[in-house]
Design a protein around this ligand. Structure first.
Ligand code: IMP
Length: 429
């Protein structure tokens, strides 16, 4: 049976939480493989409304076990709070249902402080990070000075590791930023406590995944953020610090690329972006405001208003190129129900040139003007539609055009936040 990856196709916030929750019904194992608590996955189901930041959305499926894999950066304090919150709302988060990789890196107090201070130093060029310590923790991982979950659980070398790292961090904090140094003893004691509490959940999750795949179980890889925030292929440096791509799923979970047989790209029927950076189809007008208000486009993690714009098929085709989607889920389709006309960006114009490939250069991107194709709106409430054939003709035409432009079929169309408000146009698995 397949491993299926659910990947954010745009700039994050595509509605992956709902799609994962839906597909998780067919999964035996659900795995978070990248990012950290910068992600905010909203799930609405029979248990209520939840905003999950670290625990995989599969936790709601009685048949699935959930894994936070090696590619995730974990804030242990927040993870423990999230586990407590879920338990208090009647969700089973016992140690036979949630597993945490001993290789996952840990977000430390200095990562949070440095994220804030480094953003401040960037001034007008600020990335607009979520200030969850993501850049600093992944920088330390690559610089080989990170602390992993296994380190805080077995604690053998923790004091020595922490002493060496904190010496350097305190030099940066005090001499570069003129901030207060952090206490070694306090951090050590706090993280030993977190380690004790998390220990029952911690294991080598690659062993579990190999076994599950060999037994023919369905493994679902739950993406965080979106392709256009990838450090290689996103709008660098306005990007996050771990790979949200299907390729990132293999590394972030520790499974072979040959095991992934389905890759579902999740796209909103329009586009949003939160934080700084280029966004060619951004609408800084009343249409953008209308989308934001209608869709309540405010960040799950930070509450910031999201920038809104028309569907960008240039970016989406690029997203397909670097992920190889077998299909897509088009979410928030009902938001466009009120529009008299809808637009899709099919190319960019830079001066007298027209391009159809998403450029790498920030300077080029900033000069890109979208070339739009305008289609008639359907001006019909689609929130109650459950079959593709029952959508208005103009709505079907819009979906078909997205399929042509992106280059893969739409498996799912979401017409509202509830699990049931979904059109299955073709099977995902
Ligand atoms: P960081 O991941 O907190 O370092 O933020 C880097 C960039 O990615 C910023 O523009 C954030 O707004 C954006 N970002 C990070 N996580 C998410 C997400 O889950 N949804 C949307 N944008 C995100």
């Amino acid at each position: 049976m397949p491993a299926i990856a659910i990947i954010g196709g745009q700039w994050g916030d595509e509605g992956k939480g709902k799609v994962v929750d839906l597909v998780a019904e067919q999964a035996d194992v659900v795995v978070r493989f990248s990012g950290g608590d910068n992600a905010g996955h909203t799930v609405i189901n029979k248990h209520g409304k939840f905003a999950l930041h670290l625990v995989p959305s599969g936790i709601f499926s009685p048949r699935a076990v959930s894994i936070i894999a090696n590619g995730v950066a974990i804030n242990p304090e927040l993870l423990l709070q999230e586990i407590d919150m879920l338990k208090s709302r009647g969700i089973d988060v016992s140690v036979s249902r949630l597993f945490i990789s001993d290789r996952a890196h840990v977000i430390m107090p200095y990562h949070l402080i440095l994220d804030e201070l480094e953003e401040g130093l960037r001034g007008a060029g600020a990335i607009g990070t979520t200030k969850k310590g993501i850049g600093p923790v992944f920088a330390d991982k690559i610089a080989r000075q990170g602390i992993r979950i296994g380190d805080i659980v077995d604690r053998k070398n923790l004091m020595e590791q922490l002493r060496n790292i904190l010496h350097q961090k305190n030099l940066v904090l005090t001499r570069v930023f003129e901030a207060q140094p952090l206490s070694l003893v306090k951090i050590y004691e706090d993280y030993v406590e977190y380690g004790k509490k998390l220990k029952p959940y911690v294991c080598d999750t690659t062993v579990m995944l190999e076994k599950a795949l060999n037994e023919g179980k369905v493994v679902m890889l739950e993406g965080a953020q979106g392709t256009m925030l990838d450090p290689d292929f996103g709008t660098y440096p306005y990007a996050t610090s771990s790979s949200p791509l299907a390729g990132g799923a293999c590394v972030g979970a520790g499974i072979s690329p040959t095991k992934i047989t389905r890759i579902l790209g999740v796209f909103k029927a329009y586009c949003t972006r939160v934080g700084g950076g280029p966004f060619p189809t951004e609408l800084k007008d009343e249409i953008g405001d209308r989308i934001r208000e209608r869709a309540q486009e405010f960040g799950t993690t930070t509450g910031r208003p999201r920038r809104c714009g028309w569907f960008d098929a240039v970016a989406a085709r690029f997203s397909h190129r670097v992920n190889g989607y077998t299909g897509m889920a088009v979410t928030r389709f009902d938001i466009l129900d009120v529009m008299p006309t809808v637009k899709i960006c099919t190319a960019y114009r830079i001066g007298s040139k027209t391009i159809t490939d998403f450029p790498a250069s920030l300077a080029t991107l900033e000069h890109c003007k979208p070339v739009y194709e305008e289609l008639p709106g359907w001006q019909t409430d689609t929130s109650g539609v459950r079959a593709f054939k029952d959508l208005p003709a103009a709505a079907r035409k819009y979906i078909r055009r997205l399929e042509e432009l992106v280059g893969c079929p739409a498996n799912l169309i979401c017409v509202g936040p509830e699990r049931s408000q979904t059109i299955v146009k073709s099977a995902v698995i």
